[in-house]
Design a protein around this ligand. Structure first.
Ligand code: NI
Length: 179
């Protein structure tokens, strides 16, 4: 499989609403997911959405089996392929935390997200996924699924005093590890 080019903010393909996936279990879908996994691994991503490689489908991947150097100290999120997702907040509690995005290289911002969510959808073979999660896991899912409705995290930032360059905000995170 192959590492694909990640589209950057300003590319209008990142602003589209994605189409639902219907070809569960197909070789084409497995090949697309393999490319996304290779692409995410090559840049230490916490997650990746199909629109970020120019594929306008409701498909995101996220999680890892080892700590992510771009997000030190955050809990592990299980490796997941999530298709045609639906997110429902469990309550109205919000939480602020820093986010970055492979499509917004070199920057970080504080984004408010629902603290507790339920998300449903399907894996690549059409098996249902139904999880209730909180904290960093809930944040990653909300960030990735935002890509499916044409939203990038800077559009969710409310306090622009907490938005800036990663190497200034977090000197401990090397430029090579930042997206
Ligand atoms: Ni992103």
């Amino acid at each position: 499989m192959s590492v694909r080019e990640i589209l950057k903010m300003g590319d209008t393909r990142l602003l589209r609403v994605a189409e639902p996936v219907s070809n569960f279990g197909s070789p084409q879908l497995h090949a697309l997911i393999a490319d996304m996994q290779d692409t995410m691994a090559a840049v230490n991503g916490a997650g990746l959405a199909a629109p970020q490689i120019g594929v306008n489908l409701q498909l995101v991947i996220f999680g890892s089996t080892a700590p992510n150097p771009r997000y030190p100290g955050r809990p592990l999120v299980p490796r997941t392929v999530l298709i045609n997702p639906v997110i429902t907040p469990v309550n109205t509690d919000e939480e602020d935390d820093w986010e970055g995005c492979l499509s917004v290289p070199g920057l970080r911002g504080v984004v408010p997200r629902w603290a507790h969510i339920r998300y449903t959808g399907f894996d690549e073979n059409g098996s249902p996924i139904d999880r209730t999660v909180e904290g960093f896991h809930a944040r990653v899912v909300q960030h990735e699924c935002d890509h499916l409705i044409g939203k990038l995290y800077p559009m969710r930032v409310r306090d622009f005093t907490r938005f800036g360059y990663t190497d200034v905000l977090f000197p401990g995170i090397s430029a090579a590890e930042d997206d």
